[in-house]
Design a protein around this ligand. Structure first.
Ligand SMILES: NC(=O)c1ccc[n+]([C@@H]2O[C@H](COP(=O)([O-])OP(=O)(O)OC[C@H]3O[C@@H](n4cnc5c(N)ncnc54)[C@H](OP(=O)(O)O)[C@@H]3O)[C@@H](O)[C@H]2O)c1
Length: 290
């Protein structure tokens, strides 16, 4: 098991035998508009990734579907050869169509191709963590993941993947995956206003499995709530800082991967996530998603 010390808010977490900072970075926003094509400011995108590494962030979330292929190539250009402490988590199971949609690509041959593409684009021999992305753009959808997950387990046995996770998954799919092979993380939509996974988070915490909320700041629709604004103004902080600080306090197994295409926002988010929240603040914030 690797060890890691950090001054980043939230400290560290173990994804299997990989120590990561709980404050991570989600690379999706580095692609072009609606996550299609290259960024308008390529140098700016590379600067964000280098700043993330310079700040000591050791967990970067990506996918071959971002761009497609854009964020993986930017990560490689900015950060390869990677430091031993950096862990890149990728996702397979969705592709992109001409309209920018995210059709599923979960047949065994799709998954094998996606894993090999990720290895090539990121310049790696083994992917640290691969999430099987389920459901669709509307959210998790019921159905067995067995064939797809077993394909990833086979690629893991071949040494191409170190650890597995699931994303956009129902509670039943998380349980089904765990009945097939160990997982180190679940990546689902969750934030102050979307609390559908509260029970799952607590259950996973008890099992030592990370919960990685996507859209921690609301994604394409920034979080808006009068209670959030009230707490933020009382603390002289931004709503984003409060939202991130709340997630770190919500459960020790929550890892943050807020996205940004701006170095200034990245620095703001790192500083803001360390905001102390009182019991009164937490009680008020807790009401938002209830
Ligand atoms: N598994 C899945 O299906 C799935 C789905 C979606 C996302 N993800 C992952 O989750 C990560 C996080 O989600 P996300 O990036 O879509 O959404 P997010 O982190 O909730 O929000 C990102 C948005 O917030 C803005 N923002 C960030 N910091 C800010 C600040 N300090 N001030 C003002 N605006 C700020 C960003 O704009 P600027 O660029 O202007 O800062 C961007 O528009 C993604 O990067 C991706 O890796 C996974």
């Amino acid at each position: 098991m690797s060890t890691l010390s950090t001054s980043l808010p939230g400290g560290t977490w173990a994804l299997g035998d990989l120590a990561v900072t709980r404050f991570g970075y989600g690379a999706m926003q580095l692609a072009g508009p609606w996550v299609m094509g290259p960024p308008a400011d390529r140098d700016g995108a590379l600067a964000v990734l280098r700043e993330a590494a310079d700040l000591g962030i050791t967990h970067i979330d990506t996918s071959g579907a971002y761009g497609p292929h854009i964020t993986n190539r930017l990560i490689r250009e900015a950060l390869h050869p990677y430091s031993d402490s950096l862990h890149i988590v990728t996702k397979v199971g969705a592709t992109r169509d001409q309209e920018g949609g995210w059709p599923p690509a979960r047949r065994p041959e799709d998954l094998r191709r996606a894993v090999h593409e990720n290895l090539r684009e990121l310049g790696l021999e083994t992917l640290d963590v691969v999430n099987l992305r389920l459901g669709d753009a509307q959210g998790p959808q019921p159905g067995s993941l067995a064939e797809a997950f077993e394909t990833l387990v086979e690629l893991q046995r071949q040494g191409l993947i170190r650890h597995l996770g699931v994303s956009n998954a129902t509670v039943e799919q998380v349980a089904e995956a765990r009945s097939i092979a160990p997982i180190v993380c679940v990546q689902n939509m969750y934030n102050l206003a979307h609390r559908q996974d509260d029970e799952l988070i607590d259950e996973l915490a008890g099992q030592g499995i990370a919960y990685v909320p996507f859209f921690p700041l609301g994604g394409f629709t920034p979080l808006q709530s009068s209670a959030l604004t009230a707490v933020a103004s009382r603390l002289d902080a931004t709503p984003m800082s409060v939202a991130l600080a709340w997630l770190l306090r919500r459960s020790p197994n929550i890892l943050l991967i807020p996205g940004t295409s701006s170095v200034a926002h990245l620095r703001e988010n790192v500083a803001g996530a360390g905001l102390p929240l009182s019991a009164e603040d937490l009680a008020e914030l807790d009401e938002i998603g209830r």
